[in-house]
Write a protein that binds this ligand. Structure first.
Ligand code: GDP
Ligand code: MG
Length: 255
């Protein structure tokens, strides 16, 4: 199970791998986490943190999937702007991760699901060691070509729900090729939870990145700040802001 205790005295590598899962709403982040947990829970000691806007919907979905004991799945409720909690002020998430790591020590991997709100939201390297960015074929074959920090520089890009490709008339091979171009050769994986060989590749990658992290070979990469964007608020108005500067100092809100 957890070899990391005896392996190293280096605190960088003796803690669990924190693995972020980001991407737009509905692309299959919770389902991917459920699949990883279902496949790897017998070999790895796992925990999950979800980021929801106002609810603990994702955490409840994952608990009901029964892939991990319910207490190993915890929700952080982020309020209106979920990417802030994974990028600009990661305190809530860091506390949740640290609590989880303490309560279930020694954990091997903590998976963190972002509250997917935007094509360009990515995790700060202060929060996660590595991140997966999830697109799906239903979002359109040209999305991968559009790029953005998550698509271009996440540690792994997933093109999900490839079982749906014929119904939405997307050429998966072309979408993967476009993504590889946008990523300068960094890994891209076509996935469907219905296709076991693709699930096998995903879990092989998770095992690989975990091993690299444990051996101190993996360096967390910042995919870069998100583009300025617009959120609807509850009153039908909106908040426009940018995350330039990346520390909150460049925050610009106007209504
Ligand atoms: N056909 C198909 N549907 C999927 C797959 N993965 C997820 N879904 C469905 O996509 C929808 C959104 O998934 P969810 O994991 O909640 O997405 P999230 O919002 O990114 O967390 C759900 O209805 C899932 O059942 C897949 O591989 N194939
Ligand atoms: Mg989800």
């Amino acid at each position: 199970m957890s070899e990391n205790q005896s392996r190293s005295s280096n605190s960088m590598t003796s803690r669990p791998l924190r693995l972020g899962v980001a991407g737009p709403v509905g692309t299959g982040k919770s389902s991917l986490i459920a699949t990883v947990c279902r496949t790897l829970a017998h070999k790895y000691n796992l925990g999950v943190i979800t980021n929801d806007i106002y609810t603990d919907e994702d955490a409840r979905f994952l608990r009901s999937a029964g892939v991990l004991p319910a207490e190993r799945i915890r929700a952080v409720e982020t309020g209106a702007c979920p990417h802030t909690a994974i990028r600009d002020d990661v305190t809530m998430n860091l506390l949740a991760i640290e609590d989880m790591e303490r309560d279930f020590a020694p954990l091997d991997i903590v998976l963190v699901e972002s509250g997917g709100d935007n094509l360009t939201a990515t995790f700060s390297p202060a929060l996660v060691d590595a991140q997966i960015f999830v697109l799906d074929v239903a979002g359109g074959g040209d999305v991968a070509r559009k790029g953005g920090p998550g698509i271009a520089r996440a540690d792994l890009l997933i093109i999900n729900k490839i079982d749906l490709a014929p119904y939405v008339e997307v050429d998966v091979e072309q979408m993967v090729a476009d993504a590889m171009t946008a990523r300068a050769g960094a890994p891209v994986l076509a996935l469907s939870r219905q296709r076991q060989e693709t699930v096998g590749r995903l879990c092989a990658w998770v095992r690989w990145i975990h091993a690299r992290h444990q051996s101190g070979q993996h360096t967390p990469v910042d995919p870069g700040p998100m583009a300025p964007h617009f959120h609807a608020d509850e009153n039908g108005g909106g908040i426009f802001h940018s995350h330039e500067g990346d520390s909150g100092s460049g925050h610009h809100h106007s209504r």
